[in-house]
Design a protein around this ligand. Structure first.
Ligand code: PA5
Length: 465
């Protein structure tokens, strides 16, 4: 109890510090980089739209999204890290689980969505090109047009840049190099300054106004409420204003509410305390498949923000009940280094699939005939947490009333704010990612040192190279 009281007080003090950092124009060197722009961004996006409508940043996002939806049937989102995971998390959480498999009529004008540039995987990229060239689809399927959202704040991340070069070439082949359509189907999102991607797009004749900007004061993994998350979400036909409203509400709660009603402070405090006590493996246990990618997004947020100077908890995402049959053993019985953060959804979206009565009862399930899938999940959740509690394995719960644009907006903002608070509690600067920068530089050097193939020769699997 003393520790809890101490951490409540400390977390509340840190909240004041994080709030004040928003006003710091010239941070001292030991606080750099300082990128608190994400804190007020959701509210600013909404206010800007109210005042300036189409001329606001959100207005531009909506306009570009509408243009893509009007022009193409498939959209490839290119980006990596903070320029990829937010849109993947939003897509998985809020779109139909089989969105891409659905016929156009049922998708109601929403394009199919694919993610690339988030790796360097030759064969996956070739498979995507086959799909885009319509060579591996049902023969009677009408040729589908496709477009690209290319996201890179720095504008020179090698994975995204190389994928974009290849995709840009494919697009030129698909539409014809001089086609007017080319400019319409490419939507870039990049930093304001020194971005090679911006220069390339400008040289390709994409108007400046159609290139969305990630502001300097917002770091990659904190950029979900810039065009980075909003444009793909709007292309998917999601209610981005509801998402922003959820996020803005969370910021207000963070700033105004006392600890006992403040989910940001509570989450940061519990996680900080447990990490300090040696629970250095942090499991995000999502009790819905649809939230697994939110877990991947949080893995990145935590790793890149707090995994510094030899410290920081190691994040892992699991899905209940799937991973109870794999990792569950270790969580129950393995090394005592884990805190399990359950991410729970109270209300499912669709009517319950019932177990029901069957003519044959060899499976012995008729006893549960009047129970449904949500009852099963709830029983598993309670069973697992009771088992953890029995052997003193700590857990904490984040409860969403349902999965919607509004709750996902709240959740993402809550986790970003909590990560910054936790960083300040631990004395770690949550912004910047020097470790990632080191690998990027090394990769570039290694690539420069790799011998070139003879001119015109393609590295070919068939030749056994
Ligand atoms: O959080 C971050 O800053 C990183 O994960 C970046 O988002 C990632 O490295 C991609 O960088 P960029 O958007 O510059 O291509």
């Amino acid at each position: 109890p003393e520790e809890v009281e101490r951490i409540k007080k400390r977390a509340t003090e840190v909240r004041g510090q994080v709030a004040a950092e928003r006003e710091l124009q010239n941070p001292p060197t030991n606080m750099r980089p300082l990128q608190p722009g994400f804190i007020d961004l959701p509210q600013q996006q909404l206010e800007g739209y109210k005042r300036k409508q189409d001329r606001s940043e959100l207005g531009r996002v909506l306009r570009v999204a509408q243009r893509l939806r009007d022009t193409v049937d498939r959209v490839v989102v290119l980006g990596i890290g903070g320029s990829y995971l937010a849109s993947k998390a939003i897509f998985d959480a809020l779109c139909h689980t089989y969105h891409n498999e659905m016929p156009a009529k049922l998708r109601m004008g929403k394009p199919r969505i694919y993610f690339e540039g988030n790796n360097v995987d030759n064969d996956a990229l070739q498979d995507l090109f086959e799909l885009l060239e319509n060579t591996c689809v049902e023969p009677d399927l009408v040729e589908e047009r496709w477009g690209v959202v290319v996201i890179s704040k720095s504008g020179d991340t090698l994975e995204t840049a190389a994928a974009y070069r290849a995709v840009r070439g494919e697009a030129a082949k698909f539409y014809g190099p001089k086609s007017e359509l080319l400019r319409k189907v490419i939507a870039p999102i990049t930093g304001a300054k020194n971005s090679k991607l911006r220069e390339l797009c400008k040289a390709d004749g994409i108007p400046d106004d159609d290139i969305l900007t990630i502001p300097d004061e917002i770091g990659g993994r904190f950029s979900v409420f810039t065009g980075v998350g909003l444009l793909p979400a709007a292309v998917m036909g999601l209610d981005v204003r509801a998402m922003l409203l959820g996020a803005a509400t969370m910021t207000r709660r963070f700033i105004e509410e006392p600890f006992d009603r403040n989910p940001v402070l509570q989450f940061a405090a519990v996680n900080h305390l447990m990490t300090e006590r040696g629970k250095t493996t942090r499991v995000l246990s999502a009790w819905s498949k649809k939230l697994e990618a939110v877990g991947w997004w949080y893995d990145q947020l935590l790793s890149e923000s707090l995994g510094k100077t030899g410290r920081g908890a190691t994040p892992i995402t699991t899905v209940g009940t799937r991973d109870l049959h794999s990792r569950g053993q270790q969580h129950q019985d393995g090394t005592r280094d884990k805190l399990i953060n359950n991410l729970v959804v109270r209300q499912v979206k669709h009517p319950a699939v019932m177990i029901g009565m069957a003519d044959r009862n060899e499976d012995d399930l008729n006893q549960f005939s009047r129970k449904g899938m949500p009852d099963l999940l709830d029983a598993a959740f309670r069973g697992a947490n009771e088992a953890y509690a029995d052997v003193a394995r700590p857990t904490a719960d984040i409860v969403l009333p349902m999965i919607s644009e509004h709750t996902i907006g709240q959740l993402l903002q809550m986790l970003m704010l909590a990560t910054v608070v936790e960083g300040r509690l631990a004395g770690t600067n949550p912004y910047g990612q020097p470790g990632v920068e080191a690998y990027k530089a090394n990769m570039l050097r290694a690539l420069k040192a790799t011998p070139n193939l003879p001119k015109g020769e393609v590295r070919d699997a068939a030749k056994g190279v």
